[in-house]
Design a protein around this ligand. Structure first.
Ligand code: ZN
Length: 186
């Protein structure tokens, strides 16, 4: 799989296929998007929103959610706002998200089946490294997950109040955007 990619890459560079993508690290639209890593959205989401390379900071994880107030997502968004000129943040959930309904007991079974020992899981549980059951629990619904992430970002003590934070849902098949929670212009 990787050798195929590396072969393609040599050609890509040799043919100067990168030229249409050249831009700067500053997002031209002053926009950051937090969304899901779902493969259906990789090209569909920017295409459906008319976004080109260089226009937006894209942050992705499973579910497109802010899990922790001082985790990687908030850190990335703060870098985007403070260093890279982002003025607006869109949290975009999507229909049929795999994280919806994710269950910790199933994740534990997957781990055991993949060779992680029961002792390792017990040690993590016992030592309180992380609450695995909470960590592996999916959200009950896409809409509520977006609303929760938007609320956490808006109330975050380090988020400047002039940053507009909106919540939307995108249809994973058609790319149709549905506004959920739009911050009114200030
Ligand atoms: Zn998803």
């Amino acid at each position: 799989m990787l050798s195929e990619i590396l072969n393609f890459n040599r050609e890509f560079v040799a043919q100067e296929s990168y030229i249409p993508y050249q831009t700067t690290k500053y997002p031209d639209r002053k926009l950051a998007i937090l969304t899901c890593m779902d493969t259906r959205l990789t090209h569909l989401l920017p295409a459906a929103m008319g976004l080109k390379n260089g226009e937006v900071k894209m942050i992705k994880n499973a579910g497109g959610v802010v899990l922790a107030p001082y985790g990687g997502v908030v850190r990335s968004l703060l870098v985007a706002v403070l260093e890279l000129g982002v003025e607006e943040i869109l949290v975009i959930g999507h229909t049929d998200c795999g994280v919806c309904g994710m269950r910790p007991e199933v994740m534990r079974e997957h781990l055991l089946a993949r060779g992680i020992s029961p002792e390792t899981l017990e040690a993590i549980d016992r030592e309180g490294v992380v609450d695995l059951d909470a960590w592996f629990t999916g959200f009950a619904g896409e809409e509520q997950a977006v609303r929760d992430s938007v609320a956490m970002l808006r109330s975050h003590p380090l988020m400047p109040k002039d940053v507009a934070i909106h919540g939307l849902i995108i249809d994973s098949n058609t790319g149709e955007l549905r506004p959920l929670d739009l911050q009114t212009e200030k």
